[in-house]
Design a protein around this ligand. Structure first.
Ligand code: ZN
Length: 140
């Protein structure tokens, strides 16, 4: 069972990052070990050829800035996966002794980028929503 607040953020993320249509099949599962790692907030396995993704989210996520950003983080991995595939194809063309270096450098840059965007998107979306929600409570 996926909590409603998580479903709502997944939908926001999909719409925001261009995965809102029916093309993408995104399956979500709650677990105590996303991708087999108890310390991870989430994990995504993406097949961009068949537009199919499995996202695993930690049952420990809370509806706070960190938790919401962790969910957006995984949705961003899905959204940017075509770039991962392309870079992997390019890396395969390199000499074997250079492949690991470039793979590590790319992964590090991509994780930082995704982390930065998911945190700022979280702030942007949910600060705005809080302001909207507050305005409904104010009698006119
Ligand atoms: Zn990541």
């Amino acid at each position: 069972m996926i909590p409603d607040w998580i479903l709502s953020i997944l939908e926001d993320g999909r719409n925001l990052f261009g995965l809102g249509g029916p093309e993408w099949d995104v399956h979500v599962k709650m677990t105590d070990k996303p991708g087999g790692n108890a310390a991870a907030g989430g994990w995504a396995l993406v097949n961009s050829k068949y537009l199919d993704a499995d996202i695993e989210l930690s049952v420990d996520l809370d509806n706070n800035r960190t938790g919401r950003a962790a969910i957006l983080h995984e949705v961003l991995h899905v959204a940017l996966h075509e770039t991962d595939d392309m870079v992997d194809d390019i890396i395969e063309q390199l000499d074997e002794d250079r492949q690991e270096y470039f793979h590590t450098a790319y992964t590090k840059a991509m994780e930082r980028t995704i982390q930065r965007i998911s945190r700022s998107m979280e702030q942007f979306i949910y600060m705005k929503k809080e302001v909207e929600d507050d305005s409904h409570e104010t009698p006119e």
